[in-house]
Design a protein around this ligand. Sequence first.
Ligand SMILES: [Zn+2]
Length: 226
Amino acid sequence: MSELIDETIYSNRKTIAIEVKPGGRVIVRAPKGTRRANIEQFVHEKSGWILQAKARLAAVPVENPKQQFHNGADVLYLGKLWRLIHTPKVTKGLAFDPRQGFLLQEGRLEAAPGFLKAFYREETRGLVKVYIEKHANRWGLKPTSVRITSAMTRWGSCSGRNGLNFSYRLAMLPPEAIEYVVVHELAHIRHHNHSAAFWNCLGQMLPDYQQRRQWLKQNGRKLPQV
Ligand SMILES: [Zn+2]
């Protein structure tokens, strides 16, 4: 696949169109059944324009609002909002307490984004492991590696060598959506594309995947930027 394309969306449209989003994400919209080679050719012809648009939009902030860390701020974790409370003494600077929410060491405002990222990263690592264990063996799928990344615009990816990558931001999502992302990437081990066969396979692995996917589509862009 062209390295310029981040996402291809097939629908009942008549022509191929390219859209470059804030942040530089490239989305290709194509009529259902368009051959990959035709899309590649189209993108190749427009590559000059795409690169210019990407450069222009790279610095434009995506929709996601900036995470706040003042006393009383909201922090998203597993699809729920929790209160951030400034506290005199907190081990490691930030801690999560299911009865109170997130506790941030007083005076550590500047370090707070780093603390929260580290927390999300660890939680994501654990949750991804749980869902891989739940689904991978059952379907005979074996990731060669699992990495947690800092990706802002994609939740996960599967490399040509079946290494899976997941954004640390997964920990913000409801568990059902996290499971969807994990199973989606696992299904890519079998089908390295978004063909009908891929969606079929995903449907067998996770019969209610469409609802879960819908949640991500509706809410993914609104989640905060840490
Ligand atoms: Zn995919």
